[in-house]
Design a protein around this ligand. Structure first.
Ligand SMILES: Cc1ncc(COP(=O)(O)O)c(C=O)c1O
Length: 427
């Protein structure tokens, strides 16, 4: 019989073949063996309540039986075709019904690609080059998106700072960076660069930071005034904040949006979505050679992912799902408040009931710099204690899922109380 490897042994094997020992930026010392419902287990058999949920997609929990049935029905009929397939067409129809800005869509395999094409579409549609993004806003890994994502160096706005090696200066020169939630700054930036800006890309809730009241409305108005394509990155918020995403929740409709995570039901699927006149730039017959934006991908519209996505959306349409998700998030938020309030330690719960984080700060977390200035040492203690007490989450976000049970909430409560005690002991 094969010897069972420990998690530490797997982590060591990973270090030999994976740079930095991992698939991305998540702690590579943990290796997940299995996920079921609201829980995951690591390779040492430790069980956790999962508030990472695959970094967002597993809103219904791992292995939802109806989603698995839909996948199992498709699998024997074929894994991928490149050609159109009915499930991909039906999913596109459902997204266009659900999402306010969606008249047409193009599939890709990841949210970052969807964002890259949204920015390129804005350029093709307007014939302009500059893109505005907000400091700290995350839009995947394209050269444009890597500008001022997590800068440690503070440049004066609107100077872009690349967060990655390998990006030419010419890309930085076409990006304009603004502070999130700063009404005056964005007004004057868009006026100053009138006629040069193709698109403005924004996470309606930036990482965890909510838009100040009126901020998204201001972006909508100003983009309309200057003929700028307004892009909402709804890779996280799509089908999470509401069935129609953050644009439904906040009542502001962009020109384009990007979707990922939930629409693939745990499989690689994302989309660039929006107004038909802008999306028309993907159609050479509609716009001619000059205006055409070439776009294709081997796995685009993959039928297995589309089957999982379609079934996930069907489940999310059922009565009460979003009310329940918000109630679950509010309950966890309430536990955090009850545990931290008596300690007197300054903190804010920043975000939305469907996605939030505790930030150890006495200030309002209105933008990237405010969140960055928070107490990182306390955040680490908090996250380490939660992990130790059976909570699996990313260091920067807590994602409630619809699979959470009363038992999970009981585990969560104990973990939160222990984490608050750990922080108080070091205060
Ligand atoms: C707001 C936002 N946009 C884009 C992306 C990139 O999506 P993907 O990881 O599927 O490329 C993410 C990923 O977390 C995201 O949070």
């Amino acid at each position: 019989m094969n010897k069972q490897h420990t998690q530490a042994e797997w982590a060591e094997r990973a270090r030999a073949v994976l740079p930095a020992g991992g698939f991305g930026n998540f702690d590579p010392s943990i290796v997940i063996r299995e996920g079921r419902g609201s829980r995951v287990w690591d390779e040492d058999g430790k069980e956790y309540v999962d508030y990472l949920i695959g970094s967002g997609p597993m809103l219904l929990g791992h292995g939802h039986p109806e989603v698995l049935d839909a996948v199992f029905e498709q699998l024997p009929k074929g894994q991928t075709f490149f050609a159109n397939n009915v499930l991909g067409i039906e999913l596109a129809e459902e997204i266009c019904r659900a999402v306010p800005c969606a008249e047409q869509l193009r599939y890709v395999s990841s949210g970052g690609e969807a964002d890259m094409y949204a920015m390129r579409l804005a350029r093709a549609f307007t014939g302009r080059d500059k893109i505005v993004k907000f400091e700290g806003g995350y839009h995947g890994m394209s050269a444009e998106a890597q500008m001022s994502l997590a800068p440690s160096r503070r440049e004066n706005f609107p100077q872009a700072v690349p967060d990655s090696a390998g990006i030419p200066q010419s890309v930085a020169d076409e990006m304009l960076i603004a502070p999130f939630n700063d009404f005056d700054y964005i007004r004057s930036l868009l006026a100053e660069y009138e006629g040069q800006i193709a698109g403005l890309i924004v996470e309606p809730l930036q990482r965890i930071i909510p838009p100040a009241p009126g901020f998204l409305e201001l972006l909508r108005e100003e983009c309309t005034r200057y003929g700028i394509v307004l892009i909402f990155d709804e890779v996280v918020t799509g089908f999470r904040f509401a069935y129609g995403g953050a644009q439904e929740h906040y009542f502001v409709t962009p020109d384009l949006c990007t979707l990922g995570k939930v629409i693939g039901g745990g499989f690689p699927l994302a989309a660039t979505v929006g107004r038909a006149d802008i999306m028309g730039h993907f159609d050479k017959a509609a716009v001619g050679e000059e205006g055409w934006l070439m776009q294709l991908g081997t796995l685009s519209g993959n039928p297995v992912a589309a089957a999982a996505g379609l079934k996930s959306l069907e489940i999310l349409r059922r009565d009460g799902q979003y009310a329940r998700l918000r109630e679950l998030g509010d309950r966890v938020g309430g536990m955090i408040r009850d545990a931290l309030e008596p300690t007197g330690i300054p903190y804010r719960i920043v975000g939305d009931a469907t996605l939030f984080e505790v930030v150890f700060t006495a200030q309002d977390a209105r933008d990237y710099r405010a969140v960055q200035a928070a107490d990182a040492g306390r955040a680490k203690l908090w996250n380490d204690a939660l992990r130790h007490h059976g909570i699996f989450k990313s260091p920067g976000k807590t994602y409630p899922s619809l699979a959470l049970t009363e038992d999970d909430l009981a585990v969560t409560l104990e973990a939160i109380q222990s984490a608050a005690a750990a922080i108080e002991a070091k205060a």
